[in-house]
Design a protein around this ligand. Structure first.
Ligand code: GLC
Length: 773
């Protein structure tokens, strides 16, 4: 196989928003999407269509370029792209000329057969983070990865590839940051200096264009903001999906489902969601119910609803080959399935036996699929779990000549799950009217955050998987996903009681808190672990419910800026070497101010790295200086959770589900610190899209230690908060206030003050409120 190099510039043409460069081998197009986002597309099969599953933005209509004898230079206010003409190379610099990312000057971009690769300069101090659901270390330097969505059943902790493809990474060197999104759905490869004697990094794909978006913003948070500007952000999830979720493969009958739900209420363990895995269906036929064990789905769901539970049901893409089965008959009649090149429907086996696979790349197929959900929504299902959508087929080797519309499997496989999730989201959203559906998918491609939550697939009941799961969640957060879960307790195998308790305590701080287990394993519900452990599990789940106002506001932030709820410390402490240390790399911030250290179930003290600043241990209130590692006690009853000084964390009283009204008191906790802080508090009805028409409640809560003022801004939006009182709880203020709040006023009126030294309670007026302490 010959190497076909890109060659030199032969001609340059500017056409409206695009700069076109011709070489003997290829057509290069360059667009500017924003002052810090530049797109480069290098193609040997120039095609005007230019479709993307991920990107939802278009380029700017104008930009400036200058040409010298040797170079073409594109300059924006934030970025410079220097394109050298001979050989043709692409080198990115900051506005003030510092190198961000450059082609390997020897090899640049080239082809071998259909394979296209970009070879890039590797800086001596360069680190890489990202690529979403990938095993390995936070710092991906020295590792290589493949993107090929795979049913990685019972995978090990080093397995690659897993279920999802996010060809987006952030590079860090010389105190600078950049991002690169390789928008190509073919099987793709990333090598961060793993197999090159550290002389270069490279990425490429089996076919398609060298098509990438370069992000030049300084700061990882800003790069995430831009990447999610380009590929979209999540919608506000239904509030109930942030409560505790109980799943199992499978609860085998309606009676069992109801019984489990009742037991949560009996034991007073809060929960919002229960799942039906594949056995609710008749012979695993999607959109059917197995009438014997589930005789009256509507009655079952009504019962669940009366207890404040939502039901989520699984759907797989494989449609059973069986005449008389509605979806099969319709799909065959309308040619909705993937085919062989001769038009014959492609058949492979999954749970139902022989199946056909809907072509979710087609509008009409997605619409048809979406409408079929009526079989689930009518009895009252409002959450839809999309599984096996890599797509999975027994044997794991769908032939390359299988066609989805005009495209063959290798080109679109990595986007199949995303398009299934899209069809499910669009369809159920239409059926449910103004109600938000909850969608969960296993396979995904960049941009999936617009449609669905994700979970990390079939992990195992081990400490190594607990730690890996956290890294996967933190890494997925860099690539635009925020509502993410792992199977708490481990899907395969049986956790020890210690592992179950420990993992559940970490679940409190996992964006989606779902306990799930494989067929044949022991039951996992909170009461299966003895009274003492049940009490710990219960207390931890209660903590999740206490934190929901903070968590919901943190999701609002994800919707606004793409900032994930679970954040690797690399986002906020990019320049701190210690956060990449394998010893501390699993630590993360949950929202703005809660620092969590995952701990194995066999360890009862743990080394915790506290980044710069000051930190309070949540359980003891003890204060620590940052910029050091400490040894923290970590009994099973007390995961090391630290609160950043200055933190503003709204909480509420424990409720049994998000359907419960609560006591109407929003408990705003502030931990004293030297730096001022602002928290954007957000609330809406948690269920509908009314917030898009102004029915939300938003205000800034500020803490200003220099002026000794705590402020609540005027409320924005037309929604009335469900909390009619605010209880302000001050932590670590003792030495300053000595138990006294001096003035508490809303627009000059003095508010009623309770006598308790560490807190005050006042009416939640929508006017500006200032507390001078
Ligand atoms: C797959 C899913 C798992 C599910 C099982 C049965 O293995 O990853 O979560 O329980 O299928 O549907």
């Amino acid at each position: 196989m010959q190497i076909e190099i890109l060659g030199n510039v032969k001609g340059i043409k500017k056409q409206n928003d695009v700069l076109m460069i011709n070489t003997a081998e290829a057509v290069v197009r360059v667009w500017v999407y924003s002052p810090s986002v530049i797109r480069v597309n290098i193609s040997r099969n120039f095609d005007e269509s230019d479709a993307s599953f991920a990107v939802i933005r278009g380029p700017l209509s104008k930009f400036n370029e200058a040409e010298t004898e040797k170079e073409i230079i594109i300059k924006t206010t934030e970025l410079q792209l220097h394109i050298s003409k001979s050989p043709l190379r692409f080198n990115f610099f900051t506005a003030d000329g510092r190198a961000l990312s450059e082609d390997d000057q020897r090899f640049g971009v080239n082809w071998q057969g259909t394979r296209v690769t970009s070879y890039r300069k590797l800086y001596p101090d360069e680190r890489f983070i990202g690529l979403g659901e990938k095993t390995g270390n936070l710092n991906r330097r020295g590792s290589s990865y493949v993107n090929w969505n795979t049913d990685a059943a019972l995978h090990g902790v080093d397995a690659d590839p897993l279920y999802k493809t996010f060809p987006f990474f952030v590079g860090l060197h010389n105190g600078l940051t950049y991002g690169l999104f390789f928008d190509n759905t073919h099987k793709s490869y990333f090598d961060f200096g793993a197999s090159t004697d550290a002389t270069m990094s490279w990425f490429g794909a089996d076919a398609g264009d060298m098509n990438y978006y370069f992000f030049g913003a300084q700061g990882i948070a800003k790069i995430i903001e831009e990447y999610t500007w380009l590929t979209g952000r999540m919608e506000m999830p239904p509030l109930w999906s942030l409560g505790y979720q109980q799943c199992r493969w499978s609860y085998m009958s309606a009676d069992e489902v109801v019984d489990i739900a009742e037991n949560f209420r009996r034991e007073k363990i809060p929960a919002d969601v229960i799942y039906c895995d594949i056995d609710y269906m008749d012979d695993y036929k999607i959109f059917t119910w197995n009438k014997e064990p589930f005789p009256e789905p509507a009655a079952m769901i009504n019962k669940l609803k009366s207890m404040g539970f939502h039901l989520v049901t699984i759907v797989d893409p494989g449609i059973k080959v069986e005449e008389g089965y509605k979806e099969y008959d319709e799909g065959v009649a309308k040619n909705y399935f993937a085919t062989y090149p001769d038009g014959e429907n492609y058949t492979a086996e999954v749970w139902p036996g022989r199946c056909h696979f809907p072509d979710f790349f087609r509008d009409d197929v997605r619409e048809w699929w979406g409408k079929a959900f009526i079989a689930l929504t009518e009895p009252g299902v409002d959450g839809f779990w999309n599984d096996m959508n890599e797509p999975a087929a027994w044997g794991q080797n769908i032939p390359w000549l299988v066609k989805f519309g005009e495209k063959y499997m290798p080109e679109v496989r990595n986007a199949y799950g995303m398009q299934m999730a899209r069809a499910t989201y669009e369809g159920t959203k239409k059926i449910l009217g103004n109600k938000r559906p909850f969608i969960l998918t296993r396979a995904a491609y960049s941009g999936t955050q617009r449609y669905s939550a994700v979970w990390t697939g079939d992990n195992s009941a081990s400490d190594a998987h607990l730690l890996l799961g956290q890294r996967l969640v933190n890494s997925l957060g860099i690539t635009g996903m925020s509502l993410i879960g792992v199977d708490i307790g481990g899907f395969a195998g049986n956790p020890t009681p210690e592992l179950m308790v420990r993992w559940n305590s970490l679940g409190v701080y996992t964006p989606m808190f779902r306990n799930h287990a494989m067929e044949g394993t022991k039951y996992r519900e909170p009461w299966c672990w003895g009274k003492e452990n049940e009490a710990i599990i219960k207390k931890d789940i209660e903590q999740r419910y206490r934190l929901l106002p903070y968590i919901y506001s943190s999701f609002y932030q994800s919707c606004q800026t793409g900032m994930p709820v679970s954040r690797t410390l690399a986002i906020d402490y990019t320049g701190d070497e210690n956060v990449y240390d394998v010893k501390y790399q699993n630590q993360f911030l949950f929202g703005d101010s809660i620092l969590i250290t995952p701990v194995e179930s066999t360890k009862f003290t743990e080394d915790v790295y506290l980044p710069e600043g000051e930190w309070y241990r949540l359980s003891s209130g003890k204060k620590f200086k940052g910029g050091q590692a400490i040894s923290a006690e970590a009994p099973l009853t007390d995961l090391p959770v630290f609160i950043k000084a200055g933190a503003i964390i709204p909480m509420q009283k424990v409720i049994q589900s998000t359907a419960e009204e609560g006591d109407g008191i929003l408990e705003v906790n502030i931990w004293h610190g030297k730096e001022a802080n602002t928290f954007v508090y957000y609330e809406d009805d948690g269920l509908t899209y009314d917030h898009q028409n102004g029915a939300y409640y938003k205000r800034q809560i500020t803490f200003n230690p220099a002026k000794k003022i705590i402020g609540f801004s005027t409320v924005e939006g037309s929604f009335t908060s469900k909390y009619n009182q605010i209880k302000l709880v001050l932590h670590g203020f003792e030495t300053i206030v000595q138990g006294k709040v001096r003035t508490l006023s809303a627009n000059g009126k003095i508010l009623r003050i309770s006598k308790n030294p560490d807190h005050v309670v006042f009416a939640n007026s929508s006017e500006q409120i200032s507390i001078i302490y």
